[in-house]
Design a protein around this ligand. Structure first.
Ligand code: IPD
Ligand code: CA
Length: 265
């Protein structure tokens, strides 16, 4: 494990422990919830507390590094190193007491992601990866499911917070669902990508996820042998993130591309 991976893991573990300790036992404590881009896009005081803790720990260990976080935006710095942080991916699950949420921390050097840790806190599972060195769940090296044909693929996806975008996502889904084994909507992009990495699903696609959602888990999936990309040869991005083993990736891509899944109306 690289020093970056180890540090990302340590900090993701500490933030996860804090969240578990402070999480309300009853779901949806109204005073603790605000909304962001739409009435369904929630942020809790614990999202902010988690990001603050993560920022403090990163800067204590590596003063001067840059940090991009979902809640606090970009903090400038001189370093070639930038940390990409989602303090809780799957905030709605967190709020409702569902088990699919994670703390996600990635490390970029000169714009390239080199390390990542995804702490799926309720399950006690720590996914880690280092560029060119593999992906792990705890001590176990990960490989995604090879050679699954589209018709037998279990496909994870998700939906954005904007109502018009959701209408298109639902339309795309009606064309995908009859062609695959089944669909899963777990509620955390980071967990979905880690699920591809460890073979709990065969593929994942989603329109509109943010860089902090997939930065760490995308490396986990890629290091587990999955292809992760966008439409028509583009690198994966917020327009569309698509991930599956080679072969299935192309099949799912060719199903999605003519549906124009990047549109919002
Ligand atoms: C969300 C989750 C969800 C995905 C949404 C994301 P958040 O992140 O990753 O699975 O469908 O598009 O915004 O808001 O819980 O950090
Ligand atoms: Ca997120």
């Amino acid at each position: 494990m690289t020093d970056f991976t180890r540090l990302a893991e340590d900090i993701a573990r500490e933030a996860g422990d804090m969240l578990l300790a402070k999480r309300p036992t009853m779901s949806v404590a109204p005073g603790a919830v605000q909304t962001k881009s739409s009435p369904t896009d929630v942020v809790t005081t614990l999202d902010r507390a988690s990001e603050q803790l993560i920022r403090q720990r990163i800067l204590a260990a590596r003063p001067g590094d840059r940090i991009l976080g979902e809640e606090g935006g970009e903090a400038p710095g001189e370093s070639d190193v930038r940390w990409v942080v989602d303090p809780i991916d799957g905030t709605v699950n967190f709020l409702y007491g569902l088990p699919e949420w994670a703390v996600s921390i990635a490390v970029e050097v000169n714009g390239r992601i080199v390390a990542g840790a995804v702490n799926v806190v309720p399950r006690g599972e720590m996914f880690t990866a280092a560029l060119g060195e593999g992906a792990w769940l705890g001590g176990e090296r990960l490989r995604c499911n090879p050679a699954v044909p589209l018709g037998q693929a279990l496909v994870a996806t998700g939906f954005g917070y904007d109502s018009a975008r959701r209408a298109v996502q639902a339309e795309v889904l009606t064309a995908v669902l009859p062609r695959v084994r089944d669909i899963r909507r777990g509620g955390s992009c980071a967990v979905d990508l880690c699920s591809v990495a460890c073979g709990r699903v065969d593929a994942y696609y989603e329109r509109g996820v943010n860089y902090w959602d997939y930065a760490a888990a995308g490396l986990v999936a890629a290091e587990a042998g999955a292809v992760i990309g966008g439409l028509r040869g583009r690198p994966y991005n917020s327009e569309l993130t698509l991930c599956a083993a080679p072969g299935l990736f192309e099949e799912l891509h060719d199903l999605l591309a003519p549906l124009d899944p990047e549109r919002d109306t």
